[in-house]
Structures are given as C-alpha cells and as structure tokens.
Design a protein around this ligand. Structure first.
Ligand SMILES: [Zn+2]
Length: 418
C-alpha cells in the first residue's frame, strides 16, 4: 500500500531542496539554465533519487537524464514519464521538477510493492524546456522525439556568446551526435507529463488535478527595430528615427491585436533591449522578443501575420526598419484521445471530478507527440502563480497526483496484458 501522504511530501520537499544553491546559479532566487553548473548539480542529485527508487540512470546524447525501471521483459518498450529540470530566472520551485519527482514516486511505489509491468517505465529529466539561456527551447525533448538535427544548433548562442555546441562539449557531449538521443517509436508506448497548471482554473474549480486535452500552438520571433542613433540634445524631433519610440508602438500594437481578438489568441513582448542605452543618445536599435499562442494553428498564424503587418506599417510611418525572424514554430499538440480517457478514469478513481483543460503554456509533451501518444496531468498551484518565486504547490495534491498516475499506469498495463 502506497503512503500517498509521504510520497506527496517527499516530491514537494525535493523540489524545495533543488530551489537553492548548488542547484541554483543565483543566490537571490532560483535560476537553473540548461548545461550550467546548477543543472549538473541537480542532475546528479535527481539521479541519486532515481537510483534509490530502483532505476538505472544514464545521460543521453542530448544531456537528458534518463532513469529506467525495467518491465517484466528486459527489452520491453517504455512508458516515458518526464518534465524539465531547467528553470526561468527567479523561478518557482515546482515548474518542471514536480513532474520528475512525481514520476520517481510512481516508480518508488512500484518497486516497493515488487510490481513489474508489461512495459518499462523511464523517468526523464529534460534540459531546456524554458529556453532561458539560448534563444530557442526544447532542444533536448526534440532530440529525444527525433525531430532535431545537429544543424539546428548552428549559430545559436547565449548572452555570453557561448554556442549550444560549445556548451554541449563542456558537458563531454558531442553536438554532432545530438540526434542519437532519438528514440525509436517501437521502444516507446507513450509519454506522461505531470506539471503544475501555471494558471488559476483548477484552484477556482476546487480541484487538485486536471486532465489536459492539448497544448496551444506557439510562434516566437526575434524582432529588431533599427532607427538612427543621435545626440539627445542636438537631434531635432522631426529629423529623428527613434527605434525605441517605434518599438513602443509595436508593443502596444501586439497587445491591441491580441485583445481585439475574441478567440484564445495571446501575444506577448517579454524582453526588450535599448541600444546603445545611454541617457543622452536617441535609441538607434531595439531588439525585442515576440511570443504568439492560440489553441489552434490557424488562429495563431492569423494573429502573428496581423501583428507583423502592423509592425511594417509602423516602420514605414516612422522611417525605421523592423525585421522579424521566426525562431520557433510549435504547432498545437493535442493529447492522445485514448490516454485522455484513461487519465480521466484514473482521476475519477481518486474521487475527483475529471476536468479537461487546454494548456496555454508550452511543455515537452508537445514535442514528444511526434514520437508517441502523450498525456498530461495538471496539478493545482496557488493563485495560478508561476515563473515567480511565490509559485506554490501542495503535498496533498502531489500525493493524489501520484495516486492518479499509478492508476493510469495500472490501467495502461491492463490494456496491454500482463
Ligand atoms: Zn514547465
């Protein structure tokens, strides 16, 4: 019999333990980016916990930590249970790690009861879901799903000028071989990810868990407004080409277009830089990020096209140039219909009304869909707050998540024969 209370408490306590140095590279909050010392330290610690739960661990060619709990046949295909170990800056402690810890708790429970299934279970700790170090994300899950080529790494550098290839080499990994992390579809029966909701819906509904039906489509652009730098005292207003003033108009256009749309379209400028960035200089160049999402690809694409069209109109009116380079295109990713049904039964078995929701946030699950059927379980978090040190999830909810995941695993086993 699984002690769910203890399992939930341990999962939360482990996320908390990973929230400080050496598992964070910041001393003022949590920051654990891909291929950093904090990432390495966290991997070592999580590998130890995986080992205690009965898993054999390895690091794959894309830097993912993989723990395998064998099925009743040594070469049985695996159910993958995963989430990400990396974080944004000033992160919460549960976004990502909680899904990994819940996977470890499932395996620990199976091991404690001596249960072997007709499939293996592999718990995966992905490396770069957030994209907080390099201007692209989900390289490590894309490598595992078989949708990443080594060429995709070319020219991608972090703020310090370190390329992805150099960072991988620093981890004794060969960037030319990153695609070797790809799994063969016949090795994998599915992917299950548990994650905090990062939204307020479950809390408002009074539910500990929710069943995700799919993940919203997402586009990201790197936009650069180029005007003309000049002396703040001697450049007359009519003769200026102020890149920041133009960028400000672009930012307001992004908000206005998404607000005016009555679908689930959302659009955000989350990072903006002013160059050269001096009090007495008219800004000459302003690079900024643009993130556009919607529940389906067509809505997202139409929204992005409207925004980019408006940028050009603003550029023409102000005599500046606006260049937008698409750096990410993640299509909408529906979860597997059969898995959704199994997960709903597993949630209902915990006396929780099954509640369906779409994820507005991207997750490794959206990438893994290229490899296998996917399922996602959302866990309630306080106030929907995430990407914030105030992020909070509860041991009782984590415990019931473990119960639902184990029930899902059992039901999956029953459909495949024991
Ligand atoms: Zn996450």
């Amino acid at each position: 019999m699984v002690d769910l209370q203890a399992a939930g408490q341990r999962a939360i306590a482990r996320c908390d333990a990973l929230g400080v140095a050496p598992y964070s590279d910041s001393h003022t909050g949590l920051y654990r980016a891909w291929l950093t010392p904090a990432h390495r330290a966290a991997q070592d610690k999580v590998a130890q916990w995986m080992g205690q739960a009965g898993m054999a661990t390895r690091i794959d060619a894309a830097s993912n930590l993989v723990g395998r709990y064998q099925g009743n046949m040594p070469d049985a295909p695996a159910l993958l249970i995963g989430s990400h170990l990396d974080s944004v800056r000033d992160a919460g402690r549960y976004d990502g790690p909680l899904g990994i810890m819940l996977g470890i708790e499932c395996v620990a429970a199976l091991q404690a009861s001596g249960t072997r299934l007709p499939f293996a279970i592999e718990v995966i700790a992905f490396g770069d879901e957030e994209g907080s170090r390099f201007p692209a994300s989900m390289f490590t899950s894309r490598a595992m799903a078989g949708t990443l080529s080594a060429e995709a790494l070319d020219g991608i550098v972090d703020a310090a000028g370190v390329s992805v290839a150099e960072a991988l080499r620093g981890w004794q990994l060969d960037p030319a071989r990153i695609a070797e992390a790809a799994r063969r579809p016949e090795q994998v029966i599915g992917y299950l990810e548990a994650h905090i909701e990062q939204g307020p819906v479950l809390e408002a509904e009074g539910l500990a868990l929710g069943v995700v039906t799919g993940i919203a489509a997402q586009l990201r652009f790197e936009v650069t407004v180029t005007g003309r730098a000049g002396h703040a005292g001697t450049s007359p207003m009519p003769l200026r080409a102020d890149a920041l003033a133009a960028a400000a108009e672009c930012v307001l256009a992004v908000e206005a277009i998404a607000r005016a749309d009555d679908s689930d379209l959302v659009a955000t400028v989350g990072r903006l830089q002013v160059l050269p960035g001096a009090t007495n200089v008219v800004p000459g160049q302003v690079p900024f990020s643009l993130d556009v999402r919607a529940g389906d690809d067509a809505t997202r694409d139409a929204g992005a096209a409207q925004i980019l069209g408006r940028f050009q109109a603003i550029a023409a009116a102000r005599g500046v140039q606006v260049q937008a380079i698409q750096v990410q295109d993640l299509p909408a990713s529906p979860c597997d219909v059969h898995f959704i049904a199994l997960l709903e039964q597993a949630v209902a078995a915990q006396d929780i009304a099954p509640y369906r929701l779409v994820s507005g946030a991207g997750h490794d699950a959206m990438v893994m869909r290229a490899l296998c059927p996917t399922a996602m379980l959302f866990v309630r978090c306080d106030g929907g707050i995430s990407h914030n040190p105030a992020e909070r999830a509860h041991a009782a909810d984590a415990g019931v998540a473990v119960a639902a995941m184990l029930d899902f695993i059992e039901r999956l086993g029953a459909t495949r024969g024991t």
